[in-house]
Design a protein around this ligand. Sequence first.
Ligand code: ZN
Length: 206
Amino acid sequence: MAVLTRYGTSTQETYAYSLVDHLNWLHVNNRSPDTIAFDDLRRYMNGATGQADGVYGLAWRRPDQKPLGTSAAGNVATVVKAYYLSLQASGNVRADLIEALTSGRSFTRHGRAGRTVESNPLAPHTGSRRPRFLPDEVVQALFEPGVLTTARDVMIVTWLHDGGLRVGGLCGLRFCDLHLIRHHPCGQRADPHVHVVGRDDNPNGA
Ligand SMILES: [Zn+2]
């Protein structure tokens, strides 16, 4: 399908499954793409991620299919948006849907090529409270020349990535928490380590 040809092979496969899920939903609910409004897509996304408040339309997923996680839902959001935008040329899509899908601000992601990334209103919101981890390729991009310009920044990214520290934990570190020698007299570990200590008197509020 033409929608998928712009992606690499393995991505195509992922997106193909996502697109099939959406086409199944259209089919089971007897809807054709040209009648779909933005709210319909939002309900579809909520259904796929298990966030539907009530029953909307007919079940299109097998009972043994688990709701999508954030990353899979992001893939679905990407390909569903691409699918409806691809229908624009033939006119088989509502104009207000196209507008809703494309009205979001696009932003420039700094780093590798400074490419512009369009925001997708269908994409799941990622809760800021759960820990999130950067994919390896993002970390790699951060370490490309000219991105991190000070030793401090290199250390921050290295510690967050290699040490698995949370931002709050890192910001709350004090010099006395750094036991960066083997067999530190604290006796808690033989390896060099740091202690993440909860405090309520950090000047930076960490
Ligand atoms: Zn220690």
